[in-house]
Design a protein around this ligand. Structure first.
Ligand SMILES: C[S@@+](CC[C@H](N)C(=O)[O-])C[C@H]1O[C@@H](n2cnc3c(N)ncnc32)[C@H](O)[C@@H]1O
Length: 269
């Protein structure tokens, strides 16, 4: 399988993650830096957070968007009729584009779900012209996502079976220190730079936090269905206590950080 991403449909994705990737996209674009009249590739476009941010804020000539999930590609097509956007289904590890076709290849919150991220970076490098830029960002899931940590640490405290799941969720490949940079350097990119990008995940209430978390993406809901009703009730009650932290139900805000890396495709010597 080329993707480790488990989709629950475009609407579920939007409520769980799309609303936050929309916030991250402009920060990532500032870091990746896009010039006028460029041809840009969005690898793992999902429902279009980055593609649409590029279309709104950059004077580019063309935006190609590709994702493994057909239903996400369809959702993106429904969102915009911008003639510069061409979206298609496909694999980041076997990009259906010629060599050097783009000025920039970007990837927002994708490489930690790709089965072979080195291959994906090498493909992004191949399709970008010499002197062009490859850039990617992934969440710092281990230390930079307090809203997820709060859930998993609470879960593990009451249910040992959750520990393996916590490890999978919080220590995905590419999210550890130096991993993304290392793949870029080993992939032959030059002038490789790393930075941190921080947004705030703002929830309106506990339900606004809880429902998308359980049902929006992945296999959490089916895992919970294997546990006793007593355990799942306690989990919800304890996570609710952690979310509220002694206050009334309502809005809470979590500073959340992603690691971003960019590098330049070498020019022939
Ligand atoms: C967390 S989502 C990010 C989507 C979008 N970039 C965003 O920021 O909202 C991860 C995306 O990576 C895509 N993906 C994972 N492996 C892939 C692969 N091998 N080829 C193409 N897309 C892939 C998934 O289908 C999913 O849409």
């Amino acid at each position: 399988m080329v993707s480790n991403f488990v989709s629950k449909g475009a609407a579920g994705y939007e409520s769980f993650m799309g609303r936050w990737s929309q916030r991250l996209a402009p920060l990532f674009l500032d870091f990746a830096g896009i010039g006028v009249h460029e041809r840009v590739l969005d690898v793992g476009c999902g429902t279009g957070s980055l593609t649409l941010a590029i279309a709104e804020s950059c004077e580019v000539d063309a935006i190609e968007a590709i994702d493994f999930e057909e239903q996400f590609v369809e959702a993106l097509k429904q969102k915009s009729r911008d003639p510069r956007i061409v979206a298609r289904q496909g694999d980041a590890c076997a990009l259906p584009y010629g060599d050097g076709q783009f000025d920039r290849a970007l990837s927002l919150l994708v490489l930690h779900f790709v089965s072979d991220p080195s291959k994906a970076v090498s493909e992004m490098r191949r399709v970008v012209r010499p002197g062009g830029v490859v850039a990617a960002t992934v969440w710092d899931t281990f230390g930079g996502m307090p809203s997820q940590r709060m859930f998993w640490d609470t879960f593990c405290a009451i249910e040992p079976a959750a520990m393996e799941r916590r490890s999978i969720a919080l220590t995905r490949p590419m999210t550890g220190p130096g991993q993304l940079v290392s793949v870029f350097v080993q992939g032959g990119l030059e002038q490789v730079r790393e930075t941190s990008l921080t947004i705030r995940m703002e929830f309106g209430s506990f339900d606004d936090y809880w429902e998308p978390l359980i049902h929006g993406q992945g296999t959490l809901a089916s895992f919970l269905s294997t546990l006793s009703e007593r355990t799942t009730d306690k989990l919800k009650s304890d996570v609710r206590d952690a979310y509220l932290c002694g206050g009334p139900d309502g809005a809470r805000s979590f500073a959340t950080t992603a690691v971003a890396v960019k590098g330049t495709v070498p020019r022939p010597t």
